[in-house]
Design a protein around this ligand. Structure first.
Ligand SMILES: NC(=O)c1ccc[n+]([C@@H]2O[C@H](COP(=O)([O-])OP(=O)(O)OC[C@H]3O[C@@H](n4cnc5c(N)ncnc54)[C@H](OP(=O)(O)O)[C@@H]3O)[C@@H](O)[C@H]2O)c1
Length: 317
C-alpha cells in the first residue's frame, strides 16, 4: 500500500509517499480501509521532519483517519496514537483499536469528518471545557482563528451563544471568512512580546492555539474569574508570564488534550460538532482536498501559517 512515511533520508528527516507492506492488526485491533485523512499541525511537523511527534522512525504520519471497518462501518479515528506512537492515517490502511473509532455522525460525509478531524475535536473540547468552567458573560477571544482549531472554535462558540472575537494575522484576507464562521469582531494577532502582567480587561474567556507571548498577553487581558483554554503552540511552546492574573484576578488556565480523553468525551465532542457545524460550514472550513504526493509541500504551507482552515487528504489519490 502507499503511505506517507517519515524516515531519515538524504538531506534530513522527511516524509514521502512510499510503498510499504500492509499493516498487521494486533490483538483486538481492526484494519481500517482508509479513504481520507487530513493535515493537522502535528502532521505537518512530522512530515517536515521536526522532532517530538513521531516516536521512532521510519513511521507513517497522520493523526486522523476516516475509512471503513471490516464490518462495513464508516468511522473517523482521531488521536489513538496514530501518527505519533504508531503508524498513522496518511496511508491506504491502518491498524486501530476499534474503541477509538466513532461512526461518522449525521449530517456529515466522510470528507466532512476528515475536514473536522483532530482540529475540530480539539475546538469542541475547548468549548465543552468553557461551558463546564462557566466564565462570566462577555467576549471570547479565539487566537490562530485562520487555522483549523481556531476556525472551528469560532464557529462552535458563536453557535453556542458566545460573542466571539477572532484574532488573526491575516485580517485583510480572512476577515469575511471569519465573520461567516460567526465572529462578531476580527482583530489582529496579540503581541508576541509580553506586555504588563495585568493589562486592560477584555476577554471573559480565551481559546488559544498559539501559545507563547500572545497567550501570556491574552491571560493578562482576561477579566476576573475568566477562563483561558490553552490548546496549541503555533507561535511558541513557551509560557513566559507571571502568576498575577491567577492570584489577583482568579483567572483559570485550563489545558486541552485531544488524545488522552475518554470515549464518552470524544462522543460529546462529535455531538457538539454535529449539532453546531453544518456541512456547508465544514465546506467553508475546507481549503482544499489534496492527493498523497502533495502532502510534503502542503505541510510546509501549514507550518508557514498560509493555510485557511483545513486540508483534507484523499489517500487513494
Ligand atoms: N491540544 C491538542 O490536543 C491539539 C489538537 C490539535 C492541534 N493542537 C495544536 O493547536 C495548534 C493549532 O493547530 P491547527 O491544526 O489549528 O494549526 P493551523 O491550522 O496551522 O493553525 C494555526 C494558526 O495559528 C496562527 N499562527 C501561526 N503561526 C503563528 C505565530 N507565529 N504567531 C501567532 N499565530 C500564529 C495562524 O493563524 P492566523 O494566521 O489566523 O493568525 C495559523 O493559521 C498547533 O500548535 C497544534 O499542534 C493541539
Amino acid at each position: 500500500m502507499r503511505a506517507v512515511v517519515v524516515a531519515d533520508r538524504q538531506g534530513g528527516t522527511a516524509g514521502a509517499v512510499t510503498d510499504v507492506p500492509d499493516p498487521q492488526a494486533g490483538p483486538g485491533e481492526v484494519l481500517l480501509d482508509v479513504e481520507l485523512s487530513s493535515l493537522n499541525y502535528k502532521d505537518a511537523m512530522a512530515v517536515a521532519g521536526r522532532p517530538g511527534i513521531l516516536r521512532g522512525l521510519p513511521k507513517t504520519a497522520g493523526i486522523d483517519a476516516v475509512g471503513r471497518t471490516p464490518d462495513g462501518r464508516t468511522v473517523v479515528v482521531t488521536g489513538a496514537g496514530l501518527g505519533e506512537r504508531r503508524d498513522g492515517g496518511l496511508a491506504e490502511r491502518v491498524a486501530v483499536d476499534p474503541s477509538w473509532a466513532v461512526d461518522v455522525p449525521m449530517p456529515f460525509t466522510p470528507r466532512h469528518a476528515a475536514a473536522i478531524g483532530t482540529a475540530g475535536v480539539t475546538a469542541a473540547l475547548s468549548v465543552l471545557r468553557l461551558q463546564r468552567l462557566a466564565p462570566p458573560p462577555g467576549p471570547v477571544l479565539v487566537t490562530g482563528a485562520g487555522g483549523g482549531v481556531g476556525g472551528f472554535a469560532v464557529a462552535l462558540l458563536a453557535a453556542s451563544g458566545f460573542e466571539v472575537v477572532a484574532s488573526t494575522g491575516r485580517q485583510d484576507r480572512l476577515g469575511d471568512h471569519l465573520r461567516r464562521l460567526g465572529a462578531a469582531e476580527v482583530v489582529p494577532r496579540l503581541d508576541a512580546e509580553v506586555g504588563k502582567p495585568l493589562q486592560s480587561q477584555r476577554w471573559a474567556a480565551v481559546v488559544d492555539s498559539v501559545g507563547g507571548g500572545p497567550l501570556v498577553n491574552a491571560i493578562a487581558q482576561t477579566v476576573p474569574g475568566g477562563v483561558v483554554a490553552a490548546c496549541g503552540l503555533a507561535a511558541s511552546a513557551d509560557l513566559p508570564g507571571t502568576v498575577l492574573p491567577f492570584i489577583l484576578r482568579g483567572v483559570t488556565l485550563t489545558g486541552i488534550d485531544s488524545v488522552a480523553i475518554s470515549a464518552e468525551t470524544r462522543l460529546a465532542a462529535w455531538a457538539l460538532l454535529a449539532e453546531h457545524c453544518s456541512p456547508d460550514l465544514v465546506d467553508v472550513m475546507t481549503e482544499r482536498v489534496i492527493g498523497m504526493a502533495e502532502v510534503p509541500a502542503a505541510a510546509d504551507e501549514v507550518l508557514a501559517g498560509r493555510v485557511r482552515g483545513r486540508i483534507v487528504v484523499d489517500v487513494r489519490r
